[in-house]
Design a protein around this ligand. Structure first.
Ligand code: NAP
Length: 399
């Protein structure tokens, strides 16, 4: 089979992983001929052939020798412009840029059709875990009911350290930054925004509907304090940031929020930088996949799997073959641990089950809590898992 030539945008964490993996494995039959970077003079711990680096994107995009483009830069707007130009030049693209894909998903897939090229992005969602492939191929013949996912390793690392090692939020975040699991500006991870990008992409692959990330209700982990940590430790629970989507009576609903899980929950054993995804479907039932959600080689390998798809021209099942659902921004009432309120705050609108000095356990809908947060910026909530509630009802110990 012909050897394929690729142009690579970005030589950071993931880009350098892809470059090294291709160099070490001739069996792939894919070589990187040109690499576009932002700063050509940067020191890099890689031996590179002379002249391979450039800052001129057209040296890749207009190079007729290159069979395809690998897009691994960090800026979503610049990445979108690169992808568009690649398509216009008839080049297929592999990307891992979840933010760009979530923000421009529909537009990119329309352009892909218009220019009759391919666009794969397995690495964008949960790193090494082949969740998009599963949704596209395996679940094509089943009726999906719901997906729940720990999709952000940074948050999971912080939450693991808080509960298992009794750290407070700030010191757990500092550890995550020192070990390279969190960016210096951790906002996108800890606010839940990154999970929301990934959830929005999964929703399309699961249910065939484009949901802009901003339409998905969101509560991150950046307000969690010692009250929730104490509650979790007392009840032998773990806190997990979970993005979930489900179909309720023909409508799709989704949200991202922290949840308390007990040892009966699949998410309980997903620690540190790992990701875990629970898919529930009519015939398959529940299936759980776990793996490394980020990092140089785990993500690079997801990118490589897509390069192999391109190489063999594998026709990924098109989501548009599935019945398209509608999206409704609503959610069912759940039982929540709610804290971070002004002391004297009155919970008029909530169905309070238990009230302690620093928190309440109450039944509420996500939107009700969002409204309360407008007047109480430090308010946070953590959903109590069904398995935990079953146990506590048995023991009558919800405080
Ligand atoms: N890191 C992960 O574990 C992970 C996991 C899944 C998905 N992703 C996604 O993969 C993408 C890359 O992430 P990363 O962690 O590898 O980022 P990174 O380490 O920050 O590297 C970004 C690279 O892009 C280059 N770059 C920036 N703007 C450019 C432009 N306009 N043209 C050409 N090159 C440009 C930078 O050049 P210089 O080297 O010259 O600065 C750098 O090499 C992001 O979309 C990210 O969300 C990352």
């Amino acid at each position: 089979m012909k050897n394929f030539k690729a142009g690579l945008f970005g030589l950071g964490v993931v880009g350098s992983g892809v470059y090294k993996a291709l160099l070490q494995n001739e069996k792939y039959g894919i070589s990187i001929e040109k690499i576009a970077v932002k700063n050509i003079d940067k020191q890099r711990d890689l031996e590179l052939p002379n002249g391979i680096l450039t800052t001129e994107e057209d040296e890749l995009l207009e190079n007729t020798d290159l069979d395809f483009i690998i897009e691994l830069i960090n800026d979503p707007e610049e990445a979108f412009s690169i992808v568009k130009k690649a398509f216009e030049n008839g080049k297929s693209v592999v990307s891992a840029n979840k933010k760009m894909i979530a923000l421009y998903h529909k537009e990119i897939l329309e352009l892909r059709e218009k220019f009759d090229v391919k666009f794969f992005y397995e690495g964008a969602v949960c790193g090494s875990v082949p969740i998009l492939r599963l949704l596209d191929q395996h679940y094509k013949s089943d009726q999906l009911k719901s997906i729940k996912a720990i999709a952000n390793g940074t948050c999971n690392f912080i939450l693991s350290k808080m509960v298992s090692e009794n750290q407070d939020y700030n010191s757990a975040l500092k550890d995550a930054q020192e070990l390279g699991f969190a960016e210096l500006d951790p906002y996108s991870d800890v606010s839940g925004e990154d999970t929301r990008f990934k959830l929005s992409i999964m929703i399309y692959h699961a249910f065939g509907v484009f949901v802009h990330p901003n339409k998905i209700p969101l509560q991150g982990i950046n307000f969690l304090d010692e009250h929730i940590k104490d509650f979790a430790q007392k009840h032998h629970l773990k806190i997990k940031l979970i993005g979930e989507v489900q179909e309720v009576e023909g409508e799709i609903t989704a949200k991202v929020e922290p949840q308390l899980v007990n040892d009966k929950d699949d998410f309980y054993t997903i620690e540190n930088e790992f990701n875990g995804i629970l898919v529930d479907a009519e015939f398959t039932g529940e299936q759980f996949v776990k793996g490394k959600g980020a990092g140089s080689f785990p993500t690079a390998l997801a990118v490589l799997s897509n390069l192999i798809d391109l190489k063999y021209d594998l026709a990924i099942a098109k989501v548009s073959d599935k019945e398209v659902k509608t999206y409704a921004k609503k959610s069912e009432a759940r039982i929540y641990f709610i804290a971070g309120l002004h002391d004297e705050y009155i919970f008029n609108d909530l169905e309070v089950l238990n009230k302690e000095r620093n928190y309440v356990i109450a039944k509420s809908e996500f939107h009700q809590l969002e409204k309360l947060k407008k007047d109480n910026p430090n308010l946070y909530w953590v959903q109590l898992s069904g398995n935990f509630l079953k146990e506590t009802i048995k023991q009558d110990a919800l405080v």
